[in-house]
Ligand binder design. Structure first.
Ligand code: CMC
Length: 433
């Protein structure tokens, strides 16, 4: 427990003829928690919460979401203010070190990231081992874990200095790996990082430049890319972050933990939803088809991708910023009357006024408009989740760092409600009917 945690009374539980007083703890904001750590010892009963809908699995000072109000704060700063005034590297500093950097801190932090963007030249052989039609997320899962084999000098997880070096390496190298995964899938030569460009510009250049021509980064796209990175930087204890923490709780190295997070992010209920959302809009195709599509959602034949969230029961604040980015990007490089954008805007309005979505508090999430934006920027759908992984790396590693610095950290080991056979004797194969 940190100094920010306060005792806030107790809750009484009566079970099995025993009365147990459980401490209640308050953080700085958000719901109190009932501390059940002593419950099993006192009652020999576990709690049951599949999907962790009512369970706080850790103490954290990074990110706070008020799902009813639709607010998202990083170290206290609202996401819309960060998206408007800050930049991704500054947000990385904020998440990793707790404060916005001073000018000199910013300069040295940015420089340390810029100086770590290159990959070991032997690392490129990993990409060549993949089929040329490999999904870039498959390449990400494999190659990021393989970083562990290259940076033995920063694998002592008990040394804060080495933990910080690993964090910087991951944030710096992720765009280079992601861009290579993209280049490999389109059969173009890899483009090396360039140190006079900022984080987003460098990434766009590594994705879209070719050796045969000069490449000028479009400032509107660079700004939009940076904002998309900010919007995805962290989101408290979501599935992939919890995966990173669980992997890290056993003492696994940070590169392996982030690879585990990437694997979890890939699923369509999590980071894969942006890919699914764009496919859905393409399938709908025209606004006239929306009523038929909505009827299928209400019949539970499929979900409205990019809608709904475990925590937000209001508009996801990231979705608002993403819609603005979609407007800006389409005005700069696409068609502001893009038929898919029209379908998305109309679909949103239909859903927001439909009883099914209203009573379940289903609102657009960050993925609803991100696919349209990324597609207009030139990314194929298979890259969408890769971009999410790139941006979320700072959140994952900051959460991992926070966990590793916590002296009360233990290996994560949930219990279960067992419903399998009770003990029975082994039957030789000749006697099984
Ligand atoms: N379309 C239609 N119905 C939905 C949707 C949806 N997108 N989301 C939830 N519902 C319904 C669900 O069927 C259930 O209805 P009922 O009460 O009749 O059984 C009710 O709303 C509650 O849903 P739930 O599945 O219990 O909610 P959850 O908290 O377990 O799931 C979710 C959250 C994000 C997995 C879910 O809303 C979903 O699958 N959305 C679509 C996928 C998506 O856009 N994911 C991106 C999330 S934001 C980015 C990220 O963090 O990765």
């Amino acid at each position: 427990m940190t100094d920010q945690t306060k005792a806030a009374g107790s809750a009484t539980l009566n079970y099995g003829g025993k009365t147990v007083d459980l401490p209640v703890l308050s953080g700085t904001t958000g719901p109190d928690v009932i501390d059940i750590r002593k419950l099993y010892g006192a009652t020999e009963a576990f709690t049951y919460d599949p999907g962790f809908t009512s369970t706080a699995a850790c103490e954290s000072g990074l990110t706070f979401i008020d799902g009813d109000k639709g607010t998202l704060l990083h170290r206290g700063y609202p996401i819309d203010q960060l998206a408007k005034h800050s930049n991704f590297v500054e947000v990385c500093h904020l998440l990793l070190h707790g404060e916005l950097p001073t000018a000199s801190e910013y300069e040295s932090f940015e420089r340390s990231i810029t100086m770590h963007t290159m990959l070991h030249s032997q690392f490129d052989r990993f990409f060549e081992g993949f089929r040329r039609d490999a999904h870039p997320m498959a390449i990400m899962v494999g190659t990021v874990g393989a970083l562990s084999a290259f940076y033995h000098d920063s694998l002592d997880i008990h040394d804060p200095v080495q933990r910080n070096i690993s964090a910087i390496r991951l944030i710096a190298k992720m765009p280079t790996i992601a861009a290579r995964a993209f280049k490999y899938s389109v059969g173009q030569p890899f483009i090396h990082p360039k140190n006079d460009l900022n984080y987003a510009e460098n990434f766009l250049r590594m994705c879209f430049a070719v050796p045969a021509e000069e490449y000028e980064v479009n400032p509107v796209l660079a700004k939009a890319m940076d904002r998309i990175f900010i919007l995805h930087a962290d989101h408290e204890q979501n599935a992939s972050t919890s995966t990173v923490r669980l992997a890290g709780s056993s003492g696994a190295n940070p590169f392996a933990c982030i690879a585990a997070g990437i694997a979890c992010l890939w699923g369509p209920s999590h980071g894969g939803a942006n890919e699914e959302a764009l496919n859905m809009l393409k399938e709908i195709g025209t606004p006239e088809k929306i009523p038929e599509f909505i009827a299928g959602v209400k019949d539970k034949r499929y979900k409205l991708m990019g809608f709904g969230h475990r925590v937000y029961k209001n508009y996801d604040p990231r979705a608002k910023v993403m819609q603005e980015s979609a407007n800006e990007v389409l005005a700069a490089v696409g068609d502001p009357n893009d038929p898919l954008f029209q379908v998305a805007k109309e679909l949103e309005q239909v859903a927001l006024n439909d009883e099914y979505f209203i009573e379940r508090k289903l609102y657009p999430n960050v993925d609803f408009y991100s696919g349209i934006t990324l597609s207009a920027m030139g990314f194929p759908t298979t890259m969408f989740t890769v971009l999410f992984a790139l941006a979320r790396t700072v959140g994952w590693i900051a959460q991992w760092q926070e966990m590793m610095a916590d002296p009360s950290q233990k290996i994560g080991r949930p219990r279960q409600l067992y419903t399998g056979p009770t003990e029975r004797d082994y039957v030789p194969i000749s006697q099984r009917g």
